[in-house]
Design a protein around this ligand. Structure first.
Ligand code: SF4
Ligand code: SF4
Length: 473
């Protein structure tokens, strides 16, 4: 067992309100400069939809991530052969507005209009796409571009505005098996031993953009001004001081959690090469991620030089609880085989009263059954568990059981206590679990959401992944 520690993140999609505060604060801090105008290290997508850059999940278009070749991992991009980074049109042409005209126009019958001006050419332009193009739009033709709806009735969903919609905030996943790193011929990308953050060494980068093409999440960006690639740095100067990332700190919905995950680096390649991607998710959570209370894990962690305060932080980690203990958090598109270290709690659907009002459907209880939810479980499974609906179903059952349990503690209704007990039993939760989940998800206090130990550098020796070695063809 080769125990490593990583600062990771979990996001509770149930609570994301699509306000984009995370994106804006991230932009203000990190990408508010020339060459980075089109970059959104953090972006929030309305799903279903084409996302940013457009159709980033479509690996037939971009060839990102890993494939299995004779049982062995192989980058889908072949250097010099099928290199397909997104074009500026796939992201969008960044623009500002000619605000001056609003102040300097002479008085006329019509209001003056501030035209969009390209931040690339400084010329007036027609806006054709954006990082948030189908914001709050469900039931449009845009959803036809979402591969998550493959196998579902795409065309039907495209016709009904109110059917379903959800938000998906995205950052770099600081993966355990990062294809961006493996694709870099300059070995400019590295994963820090001390906290797992994946960074681009700006001194080594020569702007070949193989990483841009190879990241299946399209979370490395090319800066036209510096001629180098750059990406989300998980706010490492803040994290080193025990502070959450800017996107997490400013998150209005308090959906973000940060903490240490211990994992077995020796298992990474084997698990990433699991033939069946649905088994890959299970093995990732069961075998790669480790139980920080297991004495053997603690001993192996100490042997690897991981300090005691980090091990204690791993035991208090909200991400550990969400992903490993309760199994309600999953990685985005695990089938890309990069083993992402950002996890998502799948959303329940909108409140029942809205459902009843809009559709006149008879709901059997205050809280809907998993089978009555508006967001198709298959859609969530296509996003988070490589299509395995049973994992998502089990997670949603837990989230509903916690609600029923908390309601039973606060509402005097005959039979509710028994119902709560049955719901918890069916979901495989104890009352203590339900209490703890309620505190973490509903109250979401700062000290529970962010358990970030300081000063990781004191035990770092070298990047644990030999640069470029992981999975290189
Ligand atoms: S998401 Fe993973 S593959 Fe993409 S840039 Fe981040 S670490 Fe690299
Ligand atoms: S700030 Fe939080 S709630 Fe708002 S869009 Fe971002 S992740 Fe969602």
């Amino acid at each position: 067992m080769n125990v490593r520690a990583q600062i990771s993140m979990a996001m509770n999609l149930d609570k994301c309100i699509g306000c984009h505060t995370c994106s804006v604060t991230c932009k203000n801090v990190w990408t508010n400069r020339q060459g980075a105008e089109y970059m959104w290290w953090n972006n929030v997508e309305t799903r279903p939809g084409p996302g940013y850059p457009r159709q980033w999940e479509n690996q037939n278009k971009y060839n990102g991530g890993w494939a299995l070749d004779g049982g062995k991992l192989k980058l889908r991009i072949e250097l010099g052969k099928n290199y397909k980074p997104p074009s500026l049109q796939d992201y969008y042409e960044p623009w500002t507005y000619d605000y001056e005209v609003l102040f300097s126009e002479k008085q006329t019958e019509q209001q003056p209009v501030a035209r969009p001006i390209s931040l690339i050419t400084d010329e007036p332009m027609d806006v054709a796409y954006g990082p948030n193009w189908n914001d709050d739009l469900a039931g449009t033709d845009y959803i036809l571009e979402d591969p998550g709806l493959d196998g579902l009735q795409k065309e039907v969903y495209a016709q009904f505005r109110d059917v379903f919609m959800m938000y998906l905030p995205r950052i770099c996943n600081h993966c355990l098996n990062p294809s961006c790193l493996a694709a870099c011929p300059r070995k400019a990308i590295y994963k820090r031993e001390e906290d797992g953050i994946v960074l681009v060494d700006q001194n080594r980068c020569r702007g070949y953009r193989y990483c841009v093409a190879a990241c299946p999440y399209k979370k490395v960006y090319y800066n036209w001004k510096t001629g180098k690639s750059e990406k989300c740095i998980l706010c490492y100067p803040r994290v080193e001081a025990g502070q959450p990332t800017v996107c997490s700190l400013t998150c209005v919905g308090k959906i973000r959690y940060m903490g240490v995950l211990l994992y077995d680096a020796d298992k990474v390649l084997d698990v990433a090469s699991t033939p069946d991607p649905t088994q890959l998710v299970r093995r990732f959570i069961d075998e790669v991620l480790l139980d920080p209370f297991d004495p053997a894990v603690v001993e192996a962690a100490r042997r690897n030089g991981i300090p005691d305060d980090w091990i204690k932080a791993a035991q208090r980690s909200p991400v550990y609880k969400i992903v490993k203990k309760w199994k309600v958090g999953f990685p985005l598109h695990p089938e890309f085989r990069t083993l992402p270290m950002v996890f998502y709690v799948p959303p329940l659907s909108p409140v029942v009263t809205t459902f009843e009002k809009t559709y006149g459907a008879k709901i059997t209880d205050v809280f809907p059954k998993v089978s009555e939810l508006r967001i198709p479980i298959k859609y969530l499974a296509n996003l988070l568990t490589a299509g395995d609906t049973s994992l998502v179903e089990q997670a949603l059952k837990k989230l509903i059981a916690v609600r029923i349990y908390e309601r039973s503690r606060n509402v005097a209704e005959p039979g509710l206590a028994e119902k709560a007990k049955a719901a918890l039993a069916e979901a495989g939760l104890t009352e203590e679990d339900a209490e703890e989940m309620y505190r973490l998800f509903a109250l979401a206090r700062y000290e529970d959401r962010f358990v970030i130990p300081t000063n990781p550098k004191r035990y770092a020796k070298q990047p644990y992944i030999e640069r470029g070695v992981v999975g290189l063809p």
